[in-house]
Design a protein around this ligand. Structure first.
Ligand SMILES: NC(=O)c1ccc[n+]([C@@H]2O[C@H](COP(=O)([O-])OP(=O)(O)OC[C@H]3O[C@@H](n4cnc5c(N)ncnc54)[C@H](O)[C@@H]3O)[C@@H](O)[C@H]2O)c1
Length: 337
């Protein structure tokens, strides 16, 4: 009996070995997971934030518990993700660290524990890729990234893997070394792509068909007038955009309305002030992927996606990693007892 109670441990290199460092795994698993979410085939309690530094603490210093169940092919689990904004500068470590625990939906027993921040970064980029396919101008050429840390860098890699029509990546970071390093890497790995370090955030944002802020700021700086007509803004780091961006956009899309309308994030502030509501929301992303709501209608629309980041995404992707690892004999089986 005891021998059968076991779970698979996957380190980051195990996750990478089964395709966890390529956007294809994520784009496929996310499409299924987000459509399941739109169809009500997921369970996703609101995520609690564990903050221990008092009211003056940095917005990016927290540990978040993110549980979810995805109905098809059937997986439950939780991502437990820590974040400390100055880990990169003070500790030389990535900002975020995470474990994902997967549970068998039938017995509720844990079946896997895996390193989770690789999956987290890539699934975030995968959501942008899916959004770009449905909400960006077709054949878009210019991508603007503000914030060139791990998340910005993964977004660049995934977008360049998925869209060979990208010709130019505009980069801005308050730390110019970070922007320069990403620019050099992009041009080394993609000799046909120009990666230009912009002189300001406004300069970068204004040139993007697809604009992706990936900073750790809590002070909005992107205003609606910076965006060019036809832009898609994927608001990955959530607090970068002024309220007028949501109010001026032709379409506002979220991953999940309940998750977006809380914690005093910008959408929640607008709702509390009475200037935005569920009725003004164009769609949740899964509804667009499922064909239940339209994506982009013309090349002039300015569209904003507010991707809070969902446990459903993590569990859908981790489930795919687990299935591939179990099938290929990757990782280490551990006895639970
Ligand atoms: N929405 C989601 O699903 C999701 C998922 C994962 C991470 N995130 C968010 O992505 C963000 C980036 O994470 P990371 O791990 O890359 O962090 P990081 O610390 O590695 O990188 C952040 C970069 O942003 C730069 N920066 C900070 N403030 C800036 C500003 N005002 N203007 C320009 N550059 C600025 C920093 O110099 C740094 O290079 C975090 O806010 C995180 O919460 C969102």
């Amino acid at each position: 009996m005891e021998d059968t109670v076991r779970m698979l441990y996957l380190s980051r290199s195990d996750v990478a070995a089964v395709g966890g460092e390529h956007s294809d795994l994520y784009v496929g698993a996310l499409r299924d997971g987000l459509i399941a979410h739109a169809r009500g085939e997921t369970v996703q309690p609101l995520k609690p934030y564990l903050r221990t530094d008092g009211p003056g603490g940095h917005i990016a210093d927290r540990i978040i518990a993110m549980p979810a169940h995805v109905g098809e092919p059937g997986m439950s689990g939780i991502k437990w993700i820590g974040s400390k904004h100055d880990n990169p500068t003070r500790e030389g470590k990535e900002r975020a660290s995470a474990l994902i625990v997967l549970n068998d939906p039938a017995t509720k027993y844990p079946v896997a524990v895996m390193e989770g921040s690789l999956i987290s970064a890539w699934r975030t980029a995968g959501v942008t890729c899916l959004a770009a396919r449905h909400l960006a101008v077709s054949g878009f050429t210019d991508v603007s990234l503000v914030g060139c840390g791990l998340i910005g860098s993964t977004q660049a890699t995934a977008l360049l893997q998925q869209f060979d029509h990208i010709t130019t990546v505009h980069l801005y970071d308050v730390n110019q070394d970070a922007a320069n390093a990403l620019s050099e890497r992009i041009m080394r790995e993609h000799p046909n792509v120009k990666a230009v370090v912009a002189g300001s955030a406004e300069d970068a944002v204004g040139q993007g068909d697809l604009v992706v802020p990936c900073t750790v700021t809590d002070k909005p700086y992107i205003t609606f007038s910076w965006l060019k007509r036809g832009a898609l803004l994927c608001n990955v780091s959530i607090m970068d955009v002024h309220k007028d961006v949501f109010l001026g956009a032709d379409k506002v899309v979220v991953d999940d309305w309940e998750q977006s309308n809380r914690e005093k994030k910008i959408i929640n502030q607008l709702v509390l002030e009475g200037s935005f509501s569920r009725e003004q929301l164009h769609a949740e992303l899964g509804e667009i992927l499922a064909g239940e709501r339209p994506g982009r209608d013309n090349d002039d629309e300015i569209i904003v996606l507010n991707p809070m980041g969902m446990a459903v995404e993590d569990i859908a992707c981790a489930g795919e990693v687990y299935r591939r690892a179990a099938e290929s004999g990757t990782g280490t089986w551990l006895s639970l007892y």
